[in-house]
Design a protein around this ligand. Structure first.
Ligand code: GLN
Ligand code: ZN
Length: 791
């Protein structure tokens, strides 16, 4: 059979950071020395070229271009359509590198200006937020109600031509106009950016014509907004936009890419659009294949998102072939493409770099280049028949079988414990009011008790010691004794300051998830498997490959050391199961909820050991609980039910008198307040300083019964808030909640701050609490032991 019959293979987008994080280092050197712009641009060009050539050589036929970005592809789009907010001083024409990075990171200097025309001064960056439900963060475009648009960069055309010059014919990728507007925020109150669509479309039309003129025959337009809950108006926006765009450059075919879930009730809309191709996510939503195949126009090209673009597992290719056989049989082969579920941006680049990984675990994984290989094998099996790739198919099936049977994956003890979970294991012994009385008596805290969220500054000294230990230059014993000294100094300092509930400082932790993952069974860690979190910030998520258990206590000796130095309560400090889950690559052979339960049991063991060691307060952080919410509202309830159930499994195995805290560093609670209450933590600390306590309204309206520490100190800024400012915030909090509920603490952990900032800020915070106590309603009320329980 001829090669022309091969089913086209697309990747939809490829990681752009470089195998050795070349982009990060080039960015950082440019930011520290502006004269190295040429170096940065040359590195960017080299990375693009390598990606194109690599994909081509591996057999990818629909090679993406414009999937590269120096910082963020949404920012690129904002710049391309000329939406640079006025504070960046841009008028028209190409947007300079300085302006681009000012939008990404803010510009230095005082607002107001130095007198030099054209200098930017103190412009704050665009906001950043999560790209759908991934751990990638994009820069939020800002649009005004009279926003003008103009094609201000030809990046997609330039990169298409750049690839062409290398002899690689690419399919440019752009973010679609509806998704772009939906992700943007309006600077005018009550204005919906979608109203700008008629003004935006001509700019897109102009771009498509330029691409066509440059020689592109296809363009991939990403509209992941099509997997969200849309109102009829928004569905109509799609019809309007693509009705126009299809006519703008009729010779340029549009592959409309949807991903991160099912089209669901937007399926009719998607299929009605006059586009040449449609990409669907068949990993998150395998079930939509049947309907898409039945309802799509036969002249449409269907791009099947078969390989998981969001996770690191090797596919079982023969099993996959079986599943798609019906659709492939009923569809003209030249009108099928195969692809990952979404861009490969969200997975690490190359598994081959992981030379230290357990060989079995490694044989179950596939990163971006391995996924490209898998797609090519699938394509050849479909087009040329299975025999051609029999050995690859066999290897794929054998790896899947080995993984399914491996004792590294399946631990009968864990599976037995899961089966034995009872309802009682998710409930405290008594209701909150009763517990609170016992805890008050045991703890003897004043009203408005002061505390911090856990971490203290990770100074260069701490980081250096950790790195030296990792390199084997600092012995285990010396490293531990260094950490013990840091901890002891932190305890002494907190006592001196007069904080009521102390923390050990988390100096021994590299990261709040990694630290635990490294001590749990079932987790693997990589050396080079970085994925972009935002801009130049990359993370190496742990890989949960097997049943999770906790062979040994993880934090008890650090807690014990800290508590031995003071009579004040020191909090045991743990990361919660939902957060560990949401910040990891999770095995795909059992439900996420099942993995989460296993982690919850491991944390429950740790909670129990901390309690036995004498901890009176244990904090279980759930920083990522909210961000795990599914994209569709109809899926929220089931997620929240198991997520809260796992938190309770982790946290409720303690005596009434042991106080459980949780912490969440975000500020939207209105829509999940039931779930927050259902967690039944005795105390929750949250981020509130930037919203000026507004989000406490959710707690007040709900009549949230337990205790709350609304953050009064914005730890994201080096600024030291004065006493009066924190006192003002606390008074705002008192308007919303009863005195007996309130704690006083910063928004989040302090690891990214410097001691020079933290010392005066916490001094002010303790002073604010003191002043608040003198203002408290009645002197007897000032002792929590005598609390009256409010209805
Ligand atoms: N206990 C952690 C810390 O203080 C919490 C961090 C977080 O919520 N992101 O660093
Ligand atoms: Zn936090």
């Amino acid at each position: 059979m001829s090669i022309d019959l091969k089913v086209p293979v697309a990747t939809l987008g490829f990681p752009r950071i470089g195998r050795r994080r070349e982009l990060k280092f080039a960015l950082e050197s440019y930011w520290s020395d502006k004269s190295s712009a040429d170096g940065l641009l040359a590195m960017a060009k080299k990375l693009r070229a390598e990606n194109w050539i690599e994909q081509r050589d591996r057999g990818v036929t629909k090679i993406p271009s414009n999937d590269f970005s120096l910082y963020d592809h949404v920012l690129d789009t904002a710049v391309m359509v000329g939406t640079v907010p006025s504070r960046f001083g841009w008028k028209e024409g190409p947007v300079s590198l300085d302006t681009y990075f000012a939008m990404a990171r803010g510009s230095e200097g005082e607002a107001g200006g130095c007198g030099h025309p054209g200098h930017l001064h103190g412009a704050t960056a665009l906001e950043m937020t999560k790209w759908f439900d991934t751990n990638y963060h994009y820069m939020v475009p800002e649009l005004s109600d009279d926003q003008a648009f103009a094609l201000s960069s030809t990046k997609p055309v330039d990169e298409f031509l750049e690839a062409k010059a290398l002899g690689v014919h690419t399919r440019p990728v752009i973010i679609g106009p509806v998704t772009f507007l939906k992700l943007a925020k309006s600077t005018a109150e009550g204005f919906n950016p979608l109203a700008l669509l008629p003004k935006l479309i001509p700019v897109y039309a102009q771009l498509l014509r330029r691409l066509a003129r440059a020689g592109a025959d296809w363009v991939q337009i990403d509209e992941p907004a099509l997997v969200l809950d849309l109102i009829p108006n928004e569905q109509e926006a799609f019809r309007f936009a693509y009705g126009r765009l299809a006519k703008a450059a009729p010779e340029l075919k549009i592959m409309l890419a949807t991903y991160f879930g099912a089209l669901g009730d937007n399926l009719d809309t998607a299929l009605s659009l006059p586009v040449a191709g449609l990409h669907v996510d068949l990993v998150r939503a395998a079930e939509q294949l049947e309907a898409v195949g039945r309802l799509a126009r036969k002249e449409m090209v269907l791009s099947l998102g078969l390989i998981d673009g969001r996770n690191v597992w090797r596919a079982n290719l023969p099993a996959m072939l079986e599943k798609i056989r019906p659709i492939v049989a009923g569809w003209p082969p030249e009108r099928i493409e195969i692809a990952p579920s979404c861009s490969l941006l969200h997975v690490p680049i190359d598994l081959e770099l992981e030379t230290a990984l357990d060989a079995d675990v490694k044989s179950w994984l596939a990163f971006a280049v391995q996924k490209a290989d898998e797609l090519v094998v699938l394509s050849r099996a479909l087009a040329d028949g299975k025999n051609v790739v029999a050995s690859q198919l066999g290897a794929s099936a054998r790896a899947a079988a080995a993984r399914a049977a491996s004792l590294k994956v399946h631990d009968p003890l864990v599976e037995g414990r899961i089966a034995a979970i009872t309802g009682d294991m998710r409930r405290r012994q008594s209701a909150f009011v009763e517990r609170a009385g016992k805890q008050d008596k045991r703890l003897g805290l004043p009203h408005f008790p002061t505390t911090t969220i856990g971490s203290f500054p990770q100074t260069p000294g701490v980081r250096k010691a950790r790195a030296a230990h990792a390199r084997g230059e600092l012995s285990f014993v010396d490293y531990e004794s260094f950490l013990k000294k840091e901890t002891a100094a932190a305890i002494r300092w907190q006592e001196g300051l007069g904080l009521d509930v102390l923390v050990h400082g988390e100096f021994e932790r590299n990261d709040m998830v990694q630290y635990f993952g490294e001590q749990l069974s079932g987790f693997a860690f990589t050396r080079h498997a970085w994925v972009q979190s935002y801009g130049s910030r990359y993370v190496r998520p742990p890989i949960i490959f097997g049943d999770v258990s906790r062979p040994n206590p993880m934090t008890v000796r650090w807690w014990r050391h800290a508590q031995s130095l003071t009579a004040k309560p020191v909090k045991g400090m743990l990361t919660g199961p939902v957060t560990i889950l949401n910040w990891s690559f999770v095995r795909d052979d059992i439900a996420r909820s099942a993995v989460c339960e296993q982690i919850a049991l491991a944390i429950r063991d740790e909670v129990s050991d901390l309690e036995k060691a004498g901890a009176r307060i244990i904090q279980i952080d759930e920083a990522a609980l909210r961000e795990g919410l599914p994209l569709r509202k109809s899926d929220w309830a089931s997620y929240l039910e198991w997520a809260v159930g796992c938190f309770r499994l982790a946290s409720t195995g303690v005596d009434d008198a042991t106080q459980i805290h949780t912490h969440m560093c975000y500020s939207e609670f209105n829509d999940i307040i039931d779930a927050i209450a259902a967690m039944d933590a005795d105390v929750i600390s949250i981020e509130t300083s930037r919203s000026r306590m507004e989000l406490l309204d959710a707690f007040r309206n709900y009549r949230y019964p337990n205790e709350i520490g609304p953050g009064v100190y914005d730890i994201h800024s080096p600024r030291v808030p004065p006493v009066e400012e924190m006192l003002d915030l606390l008074i705002l909090a008192r308007h919303r909640l009863s005195d007996r509920q309130l704690w006083v603490n910063p928004d989040c952990g302090l690891k990214t701050r410097k001691w020079e900032e933290v010392r005066p800020a916490l001094l002010n915070m303790v002073e604010a609490a003191r002043q608040l106590r003198t203002q408290a309603k009645s002197p007897t009320d000032a002792q929590r032991g005598e609390r009256k329980i409010h209805a």
